[in-house]
Write a protein that binds this ligand. Sequence first.
Ligand SMILES: Nc1ncnc2[nH]cnc12
Ligand SMILES: [Zn+2]
Length: 347
Amino acid sequence: MNLASIPRHALPELLCRMPKAELHIHIEGSLEPELIFSLAERNRLQLPYPTIEALRAAYAFTDLQSFLDIYYAGASVLQTEEDFFDMAWAYLLRAKADNVVHAEIFFDPQTHTARGIPFVTIINGLDRAIQQARKELGISAALILCFLRHLTEDDAFTVLEEALPFRDKFIGIGLDSGEKGNPPEKFSKVFARCRELELRLVAHAGEEGTAEYIWHALDLLQAERIDHGVHCLDDPQLVTRLVQQQIPLTVCPLSNVKLCVFPTLAAHNIARLLACGIRATINSDDPAYFGGYLNQNYLETFVALPELGAAEAYRLARNSFEASFVDVEVKAGWISQLDAFFQQQHA
Ligand SMILES: Nc1ncnc2[nH]cnc12
Ligand SMILES: [Zn+2]
């Protein structure tokens, strides 16, 4: 395929229409202010903001922690199975509109179980939305349970025990929340247990943390995919490892700018990651808080970085399928669909 012949002005439509997977989306981060207000009303809860606009105006973050404080507060409106269903369904509709054919969705059960919400309420609401999306929207989706790293490893074991009766409703586990001071090794035992249970393993590392956190997520947790990982470029030996083993990075450009990991999108290193041969993907992280869903991340990143063209669009979409946790045959089917889409573009 000669992708160089695709003109730059054709990129926005191409980016939006190409089939893709999303591998780094926190479902609680898809909770739009409008839905926060309507769930608060439904559950008769008082919010500390008088209006939707006032809530949105509070979304000015200086770092990861300043975001997490507001994000956990927003999630407190989720009380019933219906609330979890409505949140996930709203995301899946948006994903469909962005031509996402497959989503691997993070959820943070400890944010809810700590407020007395039973695990079964959370998982049943999310799972029902996923089943409905498969039937009615033709989207495939799967859940990844994230442990909150600011809590203890014992807490992670507790939520794992609560989750195990629902083992068929999630495919893997992840590690999120405040990275600094909460290194991967804090969770090495619970990750080892999850590996025994044949759960897929991912971890946030190298978002605000150093390249060392990425080494430890790989070596001490055996993470199969690194969420963010943008600090890998500080360490040439780590880059060699990521390239040789084709370890995927789920990069979230708009998130990185909103949380001040990079000052601007033009300063983002996604183009360099791809040029090094790293299996990087583009994702939305917490789209309701960071200014856009998946296609918006692609569109703004390609405008800001002129070195990204049609070849990189293809590479990113292909990486998203290759890095997904589906069977090889399913992956191959999506890659054929992607190839056919790109063939048509310069036919
Ligand atoms: N970007 C992020 N980093 C760590 N934990 C998160 N939880 C939700 N979004 C997150
Ligand atoms: Zn994240």
